[in-house]
Design a protein around this ligand. Structure first.
Ligand SMILES: [Zn+2]
Length: 301
């Protein structure tokens, strides 16, 4: 394909610069609603945004799974998109009085305004295929879905609720890892959440972990990889340290698909890769397989 080259000093035959009153230009801009078309990151096709939205935010040309918010994910999974959140009032206390370019406290306020959440997680309960479940979903839009005290505490409280009420537990992870602004307190959440999953196991409560792009750092190194069933979305990035860091440490070149869901499945690190459009149906099947009606769970103990 030949592209026109704009030469300095010459008038391009492709572009004509017209001087128009500013007001007129602004009026014209208003008529074109923003974000009608989206360029797919994977296949570079330009696609009508509504077409993607109708398709569970998946590219209709190449099946690339676009990022969606935690609330949207939950609405896709729960029956009629209805669920109730709990522990919404938990808030970080900034134990280190941390400050980088901005104060941590200010960052928290900023992201709270942006996402409508107090931290990077939503603890919810509702029904999937008629069965009651508890789902904790990380919100990447809140400081990269990072795990700190509140995320850890909400996961633990949710697991305790599952043990108490004999409900299956699920998590949807989308995270860059532990939150540096809470330092060691964030790292401690890895042990805290892992311990809580251990207690679920002792109580015979099933735990399904759903990984999305990306699930990295402390989240992948703790509860997210401890599911009885670990499901990933196609081509999701899943790993602990970054690829470049590992290459430099072991002084070896890693394969191109390293740390992608397909690579992890082939090496036994995860159980299933499920297309977002099929996820709910698969979860319904898994939930009936792991069925823990109150009577069964109490006799198992
Ligand atoms: Zn595409």
């Amino acid at each position: 394909m030949i592209y026109p080259i704009y030469q300095k000093g010459k008038t391009s035959m492709w572009f004509r610069r017209e001087k128009r009153p500013k007001e007129k230009i602004e009026n014209k801009k208003l008529k074109i609603p923003e974000g009608i078309w989206v360029r797919c990151k994977n296949c570079k096709e330009i696609i009508y945004k509504k077409e993607i939205e109708r398709n569970f935010d998946i590219c209709p040309k190449c099946d690339h799974h676009f990022y969606i918010s935690a609330k949207k994910r939950l609405a896709l999974l729960y029956d009629s998109g209805k669920y109730q959140s709990f522990d919404d009032d938990l808030q970080a206390t900034d134990p280190l009085k941390f400050r980088d370019r901005k104060k941590y406290k200010d960052r928290l306020k900023e992201y709270a305004l942006l996402t409508g959440l107090r931290d990077a997680i939503l603890s919810t309960e509702g029904h999937i295929g008629g069965k009651k479940v508890v789902i904790c979903a990380l919100e990447f839009g809140f400081m990269g879905g990072s795990m700190a005290s509140v995320v850890g505490e909400k996961i633990v409280r949710s697991t305790e609720k599952c043990v108490r009420e004999k409900l299956p537990f699920m998590t949807i992870s989308c995270s860059g890892g532990a939150r540096m602004q809470e330092g060691i307190f964030s790292l401690m959440q890895m042990a805290k959440t892992s311990g809580a999953i251990g207690k679920l196991n002792e109580a015979g409560i099933p735990f399904i972990s759903i990984l999305t792009d990306p699930t990295t750092g402390g989240v992948s190194a703790s509860y997210a990889m401890l599911g009885d069933i670990i499901i990933s979305e196609p081509k999701a990035l899943i790993g602990f340290a970054g690829k470049r860091v590992i290459e430099q440490t072991i002084n070896q070149k890693l394969p191109p698909e390293f740390q992608r869901a397909e690579f992890l499945l082939a090496h036994g690190m995860i159980d299933l890769i499920i297309d977002r459009r099929q996820l709910k149906n698969i979860l319904i099947k898994l939930l009936s397989f792991f069925d823990i009606s109150p009577q069964e769970a109490s006799t198992a103990q």
